[in-house]
Design a protein around this ligand. Sequence first.
Ligand code: GAP
Length: 536
Amino acid sequence: MSTPTPSSSNVMEQIVSLCKRRGFVYQASEIYGGLRGFWDYGPLGVLLKNNIRDWWWRNMVECPPIGPDGSIVDMVGLDSSIIQHPKTWDASGHTATFADPMRKCVKCGHILRADHYWDILATQSKWFAELMTATENGAKTDVDTLARWVKNKARKSAPNLAAVAQPTITPPETADVKAIVHALADNNEPCILCGGALGSPEQFNLMMVSYAGLQQTKENLVYLRPETAQGIFLNYRNVLDTTRVKVPFGVAQVGKSFRNEVTPRNFIFRSREFEQMEMEFFCPPEDALKWYDFWKHERMKWWLSLGIKPENLIFRDHAQDELSHYSKATVDIEYKYPFTAPEFGELEGIAHRGAFDLTQHQSHSGAKLDYFDQDLQLRLKAEGVADDEVKKRSRYTPNVIEPASGLTRAVLVLLCEAYSVEPRAGVEKFEFFKFKPKFAPIKAGIFPLVNKDGMPEVAEKLYMDLRQSFACEYDPKPAIGKRYARMDEIGAPFCVTVDGESLKDQTVTIRDRDSMSQQRVAIDKVKSFINEKLDE
Ligand code: GAP
């Protein structure tokens, strides 16, 4: 992070608020005060999430892209258990290394992620927001104003800040926000809540534990999976033995994962319970780089198909020292979230996992997970490769290319991308979601113009027919303008209205959310009209 500012949270606050008001996402356990890092998807949120999930499944499992050589890509689906044998996590490396560095405030005990300190400070600290206001977002760092803040407001908002307790510490003459914070904290990083000094970083394992069995003993200890991927590796042999796939092939899975994140934050971006969409592609080691490149580009195409603007997505290669313990190469697809802009944040990772996982599970379980590639053997023989070389190359442990994304993070991206503010009749700042029609939770609102004169009967009949094909809502309440506005807010791309004309000529009006223009369409053509737009 370059310069921390609190202002990036404004758009996010509006999105969170609209999501709550219209039933997309609620804080989990809200009536008990909420539970940090957990979210509930409301009536519209679950529809949006299912639409993204179904599109991923359709494009990864049922109709995967054509392979790099024009070949059909073999792909199957899986739904493995959330709780697996605890040895799974020893083999995968999670028990030993799935940890984040955390720091604890020596005064109030608050714990936060050490490596995300400046982002967390900028988005979650009340005293930092005050400090930024006092310095006009770091643009004007008047020493006297800062000193006044330390003497007055900071006594309440950051009572444990070193400068509050020690009058000898004076604010420095600089525009560098990080330097100011360091100086006021006596060369430490201060707690985002009380300003107290943070202790040294300590590693904190992120796996959530439970017990399988009546006794809460060490023998019964199990973990809620921190990724869906391992369930796929455990079933690699089953899939090979029970289906017609041959290497190269992929196994895809969508499901819940759990991580005891030190600092869950940014709405549903980083939560403790979330959903992933992961695919493990098993391929010959000699083709791994070709498939890595293939999936990298296919995955970017898929994100663009959701209607995300190209300028809001980038690739970011992981530096060598950033790679996970299993990875030979990783590239992230990143999105420009309101809280990272103008920079980008992770959306999906495409990793070249080599033979790490199958090798580890083979040695921890004793199961044979290598592969004899008859096709490769025949091809090498035909190419005249020497016998011992053919033997060596055609038995191998497959390499894995893994496109791993977050389904709940995809929901956040579509909410951010679709969030729009425009002046509309009587409303200076009308907020609504401009979803691409295919992903809109509700595709159309069906209304009688007035709730009498035979119009409700026609509208209701049309609604009963349309709902066979896509999600729509029937609303006979008065005030057509309000009904249009409500449909716009939730991102429904069309409103179909039955009016006086409809009874005479069997046509209705279809109103477009974005242009607000209306056109008359024959009642028996409404379904195909909307279906065509959903296919775009
Ligand atoms: N199997 C590899 C793996 O799990 P990851 O980068 O840790 O890799 C993949 O996770 C994706 O899962 C991320 O790109 C992100 O979209 C999503 N994800 C990870 N942690 C998350 C969290 N705490 N909350 C929401 N989504 C998360």
